[in-house]
Design a protein around this ligand. Sequence first.
Ligand SMILES: Cc1ncc(COP(=O)(O)O)c(C=O)c1O
Ligand SMILES: N[C@@H](CCSC[C@H](N)C(=O)O)C(=O)O
Length: 448
Amino acid sequence: MPSAQPAASNKALARVDVDGHDLPPSPAPSSPQVGRRRYALATELVYTETKDQYGASSIPIYQSATFKQTSSNGGSEYDYTRSGNPTRTHLERHLAKIMNATRALAVSSGMGALDVISRLLRPGDEVITGDDLYGGTNRLLTYLKNNQGVVVHHVDTTDVDRVRAVLNDKTAMVLLETPTNPLIKIVDISTIARAAHDANPKALVVVDNTMLSPMLCNPLDLGADVVYESGTKYLSGHHDIMAGVIACADPELADKMYFTINATGCGLSPNDSFLLMRGVKTLAIRMEKQQANAQRIAEFLESHGFKVRYPGLKSHPQYDLHWSIARGAGAVLSFETGDVTLSERIVEAARLWGISVSFGCVNSLISMPCRMSHASIDAKTRAERQMPEDIIRLCVGIEDVNDLIDDLTRALVQAGAVTLTIDDFHANGASSGTSEEDSATASASASA
Ligand SMILES: Cc1ncc(COP(=O)(O)O)c(C=O)c1O
Ligand SMILES: N[C@@H](CCSC[C@H](N)C(=O)O)C(=O)O
């Protein structure tokens, strides 16, 4: 019995084995427009053309697992949603354009994206990565090390010489995060990419761009081979979906990763593809507001003597490096209080700031990474990697910045982290919406 032929765009690509063995070369992508921008990014985020027969201005949700074929040999563009779906394809082409990629692939989460990329590795391969990384990334790398025979080197990737010291011809992947989560350290993508390719021309430089999004950074333009992001964050922007995106310039590499997505079934669902597409359209305006708010909040905290980590502050030790690779500082910052229980009190006193993991969404969040997003890294490793247990991470949203500063001020005062009079409190940004009850709290704590 002849096997069903895959859909033109997806099927042709599905003919490639994950190792690239025994199969004919990949045909050219069916959509040559990918990766080509005509307008400024803010315009391209919004501008899309659907091929919908009714001229729908928003891509319809093709909520169908299967697609009818024109003959027993197939003949239709799609056959099965795990292999390809028009809503997902529309999103992927849009993402390829805004990520300056030849091809983008949408999967069910950011970790799903890293899983797909990591399946390019083989036992004995070496991976070089940072010593400050999102906890889930660290967990997956630890799994690969313990179960798949992959050698993982964690080094301080802010120091190019330390990376050079471990690069060798077995280096298959260099995995970078910048700014790092949660210590907001900056990594020189271009220099490391050059060094990695010098050490092994086949090494893949992979960048997790979740902390910046394509609005602020295009790692492929800086020498990276693969970029991935958690679409759960800035790209979708509302914390109502989980998603992941992978993009690259090399079509054969994209084919291999597509093979894994089809083989394992982690492609993004039609409904989530629709929601991610909708979210992406407002990325520019959300990011602009979130960054402006984050800058004000970082300055506010710094003015109170906290050690603030944010690349929008001139005091950031890698301020110049950051601005040489990125177009903005993003909206995630962290600060230390010097005392874990004090940090706990501040976080728990916040009202407007939701206590939650994640970032990049429209509402502001506060968290203690060592207990939350990075709890999967054991305490000993956290200490070895100099992650302060008291660190508080703020993920700034689009609210009125005065309300955010008021709420933070009240939390800091209530926790006993700062001492303010009511006059100071108002001078520090407390303005609209500050209730008498809040002011009274500030006064009472300040005099305590
Ligand atoms: C920097 C970074 N990369 C990747 C991920 C994974 O994304 P997801 O939660 O969508 O799997 C996260 C957060 O979860 C993250 O903070
Ligand atoms: N329980 C989750 C925690 C997810 S953290 C999400 C995000 N990347 C962040 O940094 O806040 C897990 O164990 O993965």
